[in-house]
Design a protein around this ligand. Structure first.
Ligand code: ATP
Length: 207
């Protein structure tokens, strides 16, 4: 059987419980040996709001993934100029790994419903078929309906099979960047080591 590698891209600004709890469950479900956390330099969809400097996000991601056995951090997007397009990353990884490795990209429901806006999305699907995590406020039906607007009808059953049976985690980095909201969220929304890093470096104080 082919070895499976999950490619999990994100801004991780900051990395939170959904980023750390869901991927290992998915690795178990699909029989993947590795979860590649690909840290974006600049998301093409978030260019209006520059992220926290990469060295801080990388340090937080290292802390967040320290105890995840299958996790490996991939910095190839930080080394590239300009916005981080997933297709460039997947093409690069497909060359790097041998053909007996099966790549799968992991995305949340918010990304799945907008997947047709990703550069060369059909090519991404060919090289690394998605795995999809449901995420509030989207129901499975809403996600499938949205996907049905841009994929051929015959492909829809396959996309449906890519939506994973997982308990949803209602969390986003956006709410964690807001100091007041962060104070109201459950303490375990962030790993204690990440929370401590944020406090020590005074991150997200002025938003
Ligand atoms: P932001 O609020 O800044 O948009 P985010 O919480 O979505 O950030 P990202 O680093 O952008 O975090 O997310 C990386 C990937 O993880 C994306 O595919 C996103 O859809 C997914 N993701 C993030 N939070 C969740 C969640 N609570 N449930 C499922 N998937 C999630």
């Amino acid at each position: 059987m082919k070895q499976k590698v999950i490619v999990f891209g994100g801004t991780f600004d900051p990395p939170h419980r959904a980023h750390t709890e869901l991927p290992p469950q998915i690795a178990e479900q699909v029989g993947a040996d590795k979860i590649l956390y690909v840290i974006a330099a600049l998301s093409p969809f978030k260019s209006q709001t520059p992220p926290t400097p990469a060295h801080h996000r990388l340090a937080m991601l290292r802390l967040a993934t320290a105890t995840i056995e299958q996790a490996e951090i991939c910095e190839i997007e930080l080394a590239r100029e300009g916005p981080s397009f997933t297709i460039d990353t997947i093409e690069q990884l497909a060359q790097q790994y041998s053909s007996d490795v099966e790549l799968r990209i992991l995305i949340g429901a918010d990304q799945a419903i907008a997947f047709h806006r990703w550069r060369d999305w059909q090519r991404i699907v060919e090289l690394a078929p998605p795995l999809i995590m449901l995420r509030p406020p989207h129901t499975k039906k809403e996600v499938l309906d949205a996907i049905g607007t841009f994929v051929p009808k015959d492909d829809l059953a396959q996309w449906q099979s890519w939506i994973l049976p997982l308990d949803m985690i209602d969390l986003s980095a956006t709410e964690l960047r807001d100091e007041q909201q962060r104070a109201c969220l459950p303490l375990d929304s962030l790993l204690p080591t990440v929370r401590q890093y944020i406090e020590e470096h005074g991150l997200y104080n002025d938003q």
